[in-house]
Design a protein around this ligand. Structure first.
Ligand code: NAP
Length: 314
């Protein structure tokens, strides 16, 4: 690992995501030429959540750029669970749709888990269906959740040693923390998962060779929680709009301050960026770290689902 006196090297998710997306583009071309199949991704958005609208638009654009058929089905907030389940049933039956993504969170009154369980597991490109979660648990091949799969790729791409290393995952959500812990275990890390009830969180975090923060708390991971030279992956995404908070996290960084003053905000993760840069050996930036990989892995999953469908039909 890099000595702690050097500033952390960047775990460049944006560059890796571009490479992955280019590879998906090639895969789509091959599938079209060899089997006449164009991978199809349908994203379902219920309601008006502003952040979700942006995520969904980005996913649609990225899928199209890779040569996929991509559609967004936009439904009003008042959509009932029954209506949504009906739509999922139709998409499950549509052979032109290889990947279905129901954007979360869903409006109140709709049970997300029930909707996820209604998806055809072979079209579950988010990797959230219990069958895919079970496959991951059992070490079997299946569609992996995009963010954890992207994080693993990021670490592997930068040749961060994993086997025998101590990995600490902060957060135990079904979409990031838990699946990531299993993926790190697969790579022979010794894994600890921390959560809001963990005592001595700082001490445990500071023992990690590989530290992943997925807790949804801006800048919570401070310098003393990082082992000098550790690889730190920051999954959190938060908007900072107060100048004092921006200074706490980024010091006098002119670009970040200008973003707050002129554009009303800048982004930060769960890791304190200034302190982490001084302590860590490797650090994923926000933005440009984990975020772009989540979309790239979604495209890879969709291509994989289409290839699987194409080979099982013919
Ligand atoms: P989540 O479902 O809210 O889970 C947060 C986890 O962090 C929970 O396990 C919670 O513990 C734990 N936690 C909360 N506060 C804590 C504290 N003070 N100390 C220790 N643990 C604490 O969040 P998520 O969906 O996993 O997402 C986490 C972050 O990653 C969010 O900022 C989200 O926006 C971001 N994210 C980014 C991407 C991307 O593509 N870049 C993708 C997904 C998520 P309990 O279980 O005990 O409540």
């Amino acid at each position: 690992m890099t000595p702690a006196s050097e500033p952390a090297r960047i775990l460049d998710g944006a560059a890796l995501a571009q490479r992955i997306r280019a590879g998906v583009g090639d895969g789509c071309r091959r599938l079209r030429e060899r089997r006449g199949v164009v991978p199809g991704l349908t994203v379902v958005l219920v309601g008006e959540d502003a952040a979700s609208q942006i995520y969904v638009r980005n996913k649609e654009k990225a899928a199209r750029a890779a040569g996929m058929e991509s559609h967004v089905v936009r439904l009003p907030t008042a959509t009932s669970e029954r209506e949504l389940l009906g739509l999922v049933g139709e998409l499950n039956a549509d052979p032109a749709v290889h990947g279905i993504l129901v954007q979360l969170p869903l409006p109140e009154g709709i049970d997300s888990q029930r909707v996820i369980e209604a998806l055809d597991p072979d079209k579950d490109v988010d990797g959230f269906h219990p069958l895919n979660a079970g496959r991951l648990f059992a070490g079997l091949p299946g569609l992996l959740p995009c963010t954890p799969a992207g994080i693993l790729r990021l670490l592997e791409h930068h040749e961060i040693p994993l086997a025998g290393k101590r990995a600490v995952v902060l957060g135990r959500s079904n979409i990031v923390g838990k699946p990531l812990a299993l993926l790190l275990l697969r790579r022979n890390c010794t894994v600890t998962i921390c959560h809001s009830r963990t005592t001595n969180l700082a001490e445990i975090a500071a023992s990690a060779d590989v530290l992943v923060a997925a807790i949804g708390r801006p800048g919570l991971v401070t310098g003393e929680m990082i082992k000098p030279g550790a690889a730190v992956v920051d999954v959190g995404i938060h908007r900072v709009s107060e100048e004092s908070e921006c200074r706490r996290l980024y010091g006098d960084d002119p670009e970040r301050l200008a973003a707050v003053r002129e554009r009303g905000g800048t982004l930060v993760g769960d890791v304190h960026p200034l302190e982490a840069r001084r302590r860590a050996g490797w650090l994923s930036p926000v933005p440009g770290g984990v975020g772009p990989l989540t979309i790239a892995l979604l495209l890879e999953n969709t291509l994989a689902a289409a290839e699987r469908a194409a080979t099982s039909v013919h």
